[in-house]
Design a protein around this ligand. Structure first.
Ligand SMILES: *Cc1c(COP(=O)(O)O)cnc(C)c1O
Length: 400
């Protein structure tokens, strides 16, 4: 039996997004600081206030991408060329890319088998690396023990910037990811929790910091046209000191995003339901390990990861082949070459090579797939049972 649904499926955009997009196109006012002659609220300014309210942060700035959000957050936090910036060894390419873009050097921190940053390795590198900043990637939605992490960061005076590309809506003890560190960075790229093709947000409670970020995002002197904005005096120095890096979000993307925000909580519940159905199937197999989450954390199950710790490379390749025959398009973090969206620290050769034996061992048998909202319960059950079938077939092949 084959799986016929696509892992790259996209939920349709709400009709309200199409209507709002058309309205923006008809007005031809695609720039966020248009129209200049009225006090009418531009969709970007409206979206920023609405996202800040949903997130529970004082300020939100909308930008061109999640990558730009991370770059602006690091610059705003005072990361300088030549600095070291701590980050997860288990992440995706835009994270080390953002660190490189601000002239800094990533220092990778090991992961645990539950796919979060290893706090022991973090504490050690916080003490010894000379870094003043941690770009914490909540990779694939797995949250570390946030109070413990923040305590380590505070004791070493390390600014934490949270990469929430996979955790928009995830919580630790009821607090949303992005609200622990100095900044939360989000992506609205198509494969994340909101879809505008490309786009991103920075959230923060720090008035002086958001003023710098707003000017750097390319506001010229139009910061008074933001709604989610601190008082004018916070711009007194920023308006002269901060370079314009032209990373504004445009009105069309904001128009497409605003209606999606209204149904985001429903989408999160729908993802978590699908995740639970698949996890229930997979948890029946002894060879397969699903990462464990603390009872205090609430993920958004928009993707799933599992490992096959007893497998060697050839077993993994045979398992992938069995999956491919059933049209199950799994990602594997153990591949020697970067492929599609998946790459690992060894592939980022612009970064000085670093020894991460624990991460390498975990990635060697780690598999990954998206859970599109177009999968219904029966798709999820079929997916689970097909994966188990592939696993049994691989194990039978290994012993024969
Ligand atoms: C997608 C992603 C980002 C941001 O990506 P953009 O494509 O620049 O919006 C950041 N971190 C992770 C882990 C991601 O997957």
């Amino acid at each position: 039996m084959k799986f016929t649904k696509s892992f790259t499926d996209q939920a349709p955009l709400p009709q309200a997004s199409l209507d709002a997009a058309l309205e923006v196109l008809q007005s031809a006012s695609l720039h966020r600081y248009q129209p200049m002659d009225s006090s009418a609220c531009n969709p970007v300014a409206g979206l920023e206030s609405e996202f800040a309210a949903w997130q529970g942060a004082k300020y939100c700035l909308a930008v061109t991408s999640g990558g730009q959000a991370m770059q602006l957050a690091m610059r705003t936090a005072g990361v300088r060329p030549g600095d070291s910036v701590l980050t997860n060894a288990f992440t995706l390419a835009p994270v080390p890319g953002a660190i490189h873009a601000v002239g800094a050097t990533p220092v990778f921190v090991e992961m645990t088998q539950d796919l979060v940053i290893d706090l022991q390795d973090f504490a050690q590198k916080a003490a010894n690396s000379g870094a003043n900043c941690l770009l914490l990637s909540h990779m694939r939605g797995h949250l570390a023990d946030m109070p413990a992490l923040m305590a380590i960061a505070q004791s070493h005076r390390i600014t934490v910037i949270e990469d929430c590309a996979h955790t928009m809506g995830a919580t630790w003890a009821g607090t949303k990811s992005g609200n622990f560190g100095a900044f939360g960075c989000f992506s609205t790229q198509t494969y994340k929790h909101l879809n505008s093709g490309e786009g991103g947000f920075i959230t923060t409670n720090d008035a002086a910091a958001v003023a710098r970020a707003i000017v750097m995002s390319g506001s010229y002197m139009n910061y008074d046209r933001h709604q989610s904005v601190p008082q004018d005096h916070y711009f007194e120095s920023a308006r002269y000191q901060c370079p314009n890096l032209s990373a504004r979000m445009d009105a069309l993307r904001a128009a497409v995003l605003r209606p999606q925000l209204n149904t985001l909580d429903e989408a999160i519940a729908a993802w978590n339901h699908r995740y639970a159905v698949i996890a229930d199937c997979l948890s029946r197999h002894q060879q397969l390990r699903i990462p464990e989450a603390s009872a205090l954390s609430q993920r958004v199950g928009s993707s799933m990861q599992f490992s096959l710790p007893a497998f060697g490379e050839s077993d993994c390749l045979r398992f992938l082949e069995a999956c491919r025959e059933r049209q199950l398009d799994l990602k594997w973090f153990g591949r020697s070459e970067p492929m599609g969206f998946t790459s690992t620290h060894e592939h980022w050769r612009y970064v000085p090579p670093q020894s991460l034996p624990q991460t390498d061992r975990i990635l060697a048998t780690l598999f990954d797939f998206r859970i599109p909202l177009s999968f219904d319960d029966s798709d999820c059950r079929l997916l689970g049972s097909l994966l188990l079938e592939c696993l049994d077939e691989t194990l039978a092949g290994a012993s024969s």
